[in-house]
Ligand binder design. Sequence first.
Ligand SMILES: [Ca+2]
Ligand SMILES: [Ca+2]
Ligand SMILES: [Ca+2]
Length: 170
Amino acid sequence: MRKTLRTAVATVMLAAILVPAPVHAASTTGALMITHVRPNASGADTVNGKSRNLNGEYFIVKNVTNKTVNLSGYVPDITTNTYGRKLPSYKLPAGASVYVHTGSGTNHKDANGKHHVYRGYARHVLPNDGTKKNPDLRLKKPGSADNNSATGTISSCNWSKAADAKTYTC
Ligand SMILES: [Ca+2]
Ligand SMILES: [Ca+2]
Ligand SMILES: [Ca+2]
């Protein structure tokens, strides 16, 4: 009996060791969670003084609830600046994820079932070098200020130096 228990305990401990713990673990205290980020859009950010591929810079937000959530009013707070725009009105279905693009476009669901919303900036806003801050991006509940503080935060994401066209897990 004792030996069986010991074996069981040893097995559980071994299993715990063998399951790799994720380095990052996205989390949220609200309905929406930042799961991924691509801070450094593919290709040169600027060519001849003009910003390029603004929509190649994005982060991904997931509705972790079992009902539709409107993104309206949620505040992405990039912790190195204070010009964060609220998310637009867009109904994100239960369990679905949305790409939040930096540039302009029409909010929509694509042919592969992926959702996209656009923030309408004329330049890149997510820092390619995220070594100075931790976290680099917070998602705050509606009514919050983009003041680089933690107040109102439901989910956050941190990165360091972002490679070109690389997507990071939050
Ligand atoms: Ca960037
Ligand atoms: Ca900010
Ligand atoms: Ca960072």
